[in-house]
Every structure is written in structure tokens, then in C-alpha cells.
Design a protein around this ligand. Structure first.
Ligand SMILES: C[S@@+](CC[C@H](N)C(=O)[O-])C[C@H]1O[C@@H](n2cnc3c(N)ncnc32)[C@H](O)[C@@H]1O
Length: 376
């Protein structure tokens, strides 16, 4: 396993912790490369013929595929292993974070002031966050166990790197590389003065933007205090100026028409149906005339075959990604219209790993994320 690039907030691993994390990483690669593909012959050679025998037709939806595939022993075996590997991610990162927590908290208290950090202890954590620990991360993004906690952020840094099997890049910023590459290609003449990243977690994406656009004022919001404390100290450790604040993206305290870009990276699928519309409405309010909204998220169901759609939804049913279910079928253009964007300024696009500017294990795999663009 190629390790994450070091920075002053990164939890250091001792020999055994590193070895354990490498095992989980390699186990996940093994599952993805050698076990997951077996679901296709399982379906076509066993599950599908049985379905046709019983119903006289093929499954028409991913939901019909789910009803039969989840009872198949091969699928169940892969699914159980996949779930185990997800639990093992957090087990493997938690020890080094706990061991160094006092030190990490101290460093975050003394973080620099190129950017800033503003927390709001009275902010209510949205229900869609407290309902379940998303991705099984214990305590999710928002739980403070001790004063000035940064554990959720420190765990997220290593945890998502292992989750993606290195695909987020050694700077843990591949999503920011993708939106930045997309933006530079689509709007080569635009020079944004102020940008906002919603649902920034530890700021992997916005910190990358800040490094690429040193003359742009970069703002980032999230509802989770521990990820923001960590994210701010991480950005400072990387020499980037980002202004982090604890706010709900549905209703922020920024002024009307105060940003050139309002964006998010895989935020929407972790919020509710109502929240997504609110986020679009808020994005519209915050944009200057001519400003660009860019919300990049996970693929939706349209265009996917029933088996593909079913397999893609494993995370919804097994990894506490419950809220992704509704995004799968939502009409993003309609959300934009309701928020105030005119038809001619709504552009459903996709951005993909081809925009990455450094080499990750998946830089050339062609994976694409839908990105909803609205220009005010
Ligand atoms: C999958 S993570 C996003 C990853 C991050 N954008 C990146 O580029 O690395 C989703 C984040 O959205 C945050 N979030 C969810 N709902 C939110 C809301 N209504 N307002 C602000 N942040 C929210 C969560 O706390 C979590 O940190």
C-alpha cells in the first residue's frame, strides 16, 4: 500500500498499525478484483435462469434483481466479506488515532491562521446524520467525544484512503482534482474570486482548490465540528488558506450573491430529499450573477441495467448510505429549475478520473461522476 503523503496532522502509524491497514487495503483490492466479478456468472448462470423459469421473463428493475440476488450464496458471501472489510477499515485506523489524539488536538489548537475556523456549538446536526453512522464510521462526522475532538477527521483521512484503495490519491484530494480539472476545461476564462465548498469534511477537495488558486478566497462548510477542526489544521499544515465554518448547507449565514462558485463533492447523497432542494436553493441565493453551481455526486439509476443498478446500490443497504437511495432517481434539472436557474443555464455533465492531475491507481479507469451545473 502506497501511504498517504505526510502532513503534520496525519496520524502516524507504528509497524503493526501500518501492517494491519495494508492488509485491509489489500483485502479490499482482492475482493474488488477477484471476488466481486464472480457476481456476474452467478447472476447469468444461476439467478437469471431461475428467475425466467419462475416468471417467464427477465427482471425489469434493479429492485427485482435485489429480491433474488440477495438470497444467492455467492452474492451473500461476497457481501458479507465486503461488509467485514468496511468494519475492518475503522478498526485498523482507530488505534493510531486514539494513541495520538491528545497530540493531534494540541496541534489543531495551535494551527496557523492563513485561513480560519469558526464553530457553532448550537448548530443542530441534521436528522439524516444522526440516523445512522454513515459508512459505519463510529460516531460518523459529527460526534465529539472529548473537548476539541479531532478524531473523526483523523480517522476519515486514513479511512477514506483505504476505503478507496488509494483511489483518492496520496493527497486524499482526487475529487478536488476532478472538479478543478473539469472547471479549468469548461470555463478556461473564468477567474473565481470567492468559492464555497459545501459538505467539505476534512477539506480534501477545497484545500486542493486553494493550492491551485492561491489568489482565490476559499470557504468551506460542514455540520461536523471534529472534521472541521481537523480539516482546518490539515489545510494550515499544507500551507493552504481556507476559511472553514460549521454551517448547514441548507441555510448558511453568507450574504446573497457573494460567491463565484458554489460546489460540493459527494455531499448530496448523504442528505435528505428536502435537504437537496434546500442546498440547490441556497446555492442559487449565494451565487453572484454569472456564478457557477457545481454539485458532483454519485451516479444515478437512469441508464443503468437492472443488475448493474442493483450491484451499484450495495452501499445503500449494507454501508449505512440509506439516503443515497432517493438521489438515485431524482431529477436534478428539475431541482435546478425550482431553485431559480433558467433552463438554458442548467447543464447535466459528468466529470471523471480523467481530470486527475496525478497518478492514482484508478486515474485511468474512466469512472465518471455526474456533475450538476447551474449558471445564475
Ligand atoms: C462524503 S462527505 C464529503 C466529502 C468531501 N466533500 C470531500 O471532498 O472530501 C459528506 C460530508 O457532508 C457533510 N454534510 C452532510 N449534510 C450536510 C449539510 N446539510 N450541511 C453541511 N454539511 C453536510 C457531512 O458532515 C460530511 O462531512
Amino acid at each position: 500500500m502506497i501511504p498517504l503523503s505526510d502532513h503534520d496532522m496525519l496520524a502516524q502509524r507504528n509497524h503493526d498499525e501500518e501492517s494491519r491497514q495494508s492488509f485491509v487495503n489489500d483485502f479490499r483490492i482482492h475482493l474488488a478484483s477477484n471476488v466481486f466479478p464472480g457476481n456476474f456468472p452467478t447472476y447469468y448462470n444461476r439467478v437469471l435462469p431461475n428467475f425466467i423459469k419462475e416468471k417467464g421473463r427477465e427482471p425489469e428493475t434493479r429492485h427485482e434483481v435485489r429480491k433474488v440476488m440477495t438470497h444467492d450464496p455467492y452474492y451473500s458471501f461476497w457481501s458479507a466479506m465486503q461488509r467485514n472489510s468496511q468494519e475492518m477499515i475503522w478498526d485498523s485506523v482507530i488505534d493510531s488515532v486514539e494513541r495520538q489524539l491528545p497530540e493531534l488536538i494540541e496541534k489543531s489548537r495551535k494551527a496557523g491562521d492563513k485561513g480560519s475556523l469558526t464553530l457553532d456549538p448550537d448548530l443542530e446536526t441534521p436528522k439524516y446524520h444522526v440516523a445512522a453512522d454513515i459508512h459505519l464510521q463510529p460516531g460518523a462526522y459529527h460526534s465529539d467525544q472529548i473537548e476539541d475532538d479531532v478524531a473523526a477527521g483523523a480517522m476519515y483521512d486514513w479511512g477514506t484512503y483505504i476505503y478507496s484503495m488509494g483511489g483518492l490519491g496520496t493527497g486524499n484530494n482526487a475529487l478536488g482534482q476532478i472538479t478543478n480539472g473539469f472547471f479549468k476545461n469548461e470555463y478556461p476564462d473564468k477567474k473565481p474570486l470567492r468559492i464555497l465548498d459545501m459538505g467539505c469534511t476534512i477539506g480534501g477537495s477545497i484545500t486542493y482548490w486553494a493550492q491551485q488558486h492561491p489568489d482565490t478566497e476559499c470557504y468551506a462548510i460542514d455540520v461536523g465540528a471534529p472534521v472541521l477542526r481537523y480539516g482546518h489544521a490539515r489545510a494550515e499544515a499544507l500551507g493552504a488558506a481556507v476559511h472553514f465554518s460549521q454551517q448547514n448547507a441548507e441555510h448558511t449565514d453568507f450574504e446573497d450573491e457573494s460567491f463565484d462558485i458554489v460546489m460540493s463533492h459527494i455531499l448530496l447523497h448523504e442528505t435528505s430529499r428536502t435537504a437537496i432542494q434546500n442546498v440547490f436553493d441556497e446555492s442559487y441565493r449565494l451565487l453572484k450573477p454569472g456564478g457557477i453551481m457545481m454539485h458532483m455526486d454519485l451516479p444515478q439509476a437512469h441508464g443503468q441495467q437492472p443488475l448493474e443498478g442493483f450491484l451499484f446500490e450495495w452501499e445503500i443497504y449494507n454501508n449505512n448510505e440509506h439516503f443515497f437511495a432517493q438521489l438515485r432517481d431524482m431529477d436534478m434539472a428539475e431541482l435546478c429549475r425550482k431553485a431559480g436557474f433558467k433552463d438554458e443555464n442548467i447543464h447535466p455533465k459528468s466529470a471523471g478520473s480523467f481530470w486527475m492531475d496525478d497518478q492514482t491507481p484508478y486515474a485511468d479507469d474512466g469512472f465518471e461522476f455526474p456533475i450538476t451545473i447551474g449558471i445564475k
